[in-house]
Write a protein that binds this ligand. Structure first.
Ligand SMILES: Cn1ncc2cc([C@H](O)c3cccc(CNC(=O)c4cc(-c5ccc(F)cc5)cc(O)c4O)c3)ccc21
Ligand SMILES: [Mg+2]
Length: 221
């Protein structure tokens, strides 16, 4: 019974980073995944684009779909204003346990609420159970065929207000064609593509940045 990849990533963090320093945690994961074994973190190249979006938007409420080992969770939470909160959904209990350890090691447990469960089950419950009005930023990085249904669910649940930003990873590799088609052709979004590369590789990938404009085309939604 060998270790899992998330366990090896946690060990690399504990060995090569400083407790309470989110930057050193992010660097330790990037070093490990560049030189030892690949893992599906948004990574350093796309991570810089994520940083810029967060610093520009200054979101107070953030939703992340797909925590994995909390690389992007820590990277984003580290840049949030003091009163801001980040909710991250992870359905896999094993990686959620590792993510929780990495979040604690980084010293960000006050800013981050990690929920173990599936996005489709939890999105309809966030208002009631966590007193969320709307999200300023949603980072989509979970199953690629869930980006579109979960975006429609967020709209239906009234969790997006005009100006809210959807930032989606992997829109080229592995790809999210139905989601891209929706946000690029719907009157509800102003969308733009940030070209980059798949984490730790030379493969083409990128992030789609979509600003929600409101449901004015269907106000009774
Ligand atoms: C419903 N729900 N609710 C919460 C929630 C959370 C999860 C998990 O966090 C989880 C588990 C497994 C896979 C993912 C999606 N991520 C990917 O599949 C991915 C792949 C690659 C890539 C690219 C090239 C390759 F050759 C291989 C993998 C690069 C990337 O950056 C990725 O994000 C997410 C799943 C469903 C969930
Ligand atoms: Mg990804």
């Amino acid at each position: 019974t060998g270790s899992t990849r998330p366990q090896r990533i946690l060990r690399a963090v504990q060995k090569n980073s400083t407790r309470g320093s989110p930057c050193s945690v992010v660097n330790a994961i990037d070093d490990y995944c560049k030189h030892k074994e690949w893992a599906m973190n948004v990574g350093d190249e796309k991570g810089i684009i994520v940083d810029d979006v967060v610093l520009e938007l200054k979101p107070i409420t953030v939703l992340e779909l797909g925590t994995y080992c909390a690389y992007s969770t820590v990277r984003i939470a580290n840049l949030l204003p003091p009163e801001a909160k980040l909710i991250t959904l992870e359905f896999n209990a094993e990686s959620a346990a590792i993510a929780r350890e990495i979040i604690t090691w980084a010293g960000l447990e006050e800013k981050i609420q990690l929920i173990i469960g599936a996005s489709g089950d939890w999105i309809p419950r966030l208002k009631e159970e966590f007193g969320i009005e709307t999200f300023d930023l949603v980072f989509l990085d979970h199953w690629k065929d869930r980006y579109l249904p979960d975006t429609k669910l967020l709209e239906k649940c009234g969790l997006l207000k005009p100006g809210a930003v959807l930032l989606a990873d992997n829109v080229i590799c592995p790809g999210t064609p139905d989601y891209l088609d929706y946000v690029r052709n719907s009157p509800r979004y102003k969308s733009k593509f940030y070209r980059s590369h798949l984490e730790y590789t030379q493969e083409e990938d990128g992030l789609e940045h979509s600003v929600f404009l409101g449901l004015y085309d269907n106000p009774n939604l």
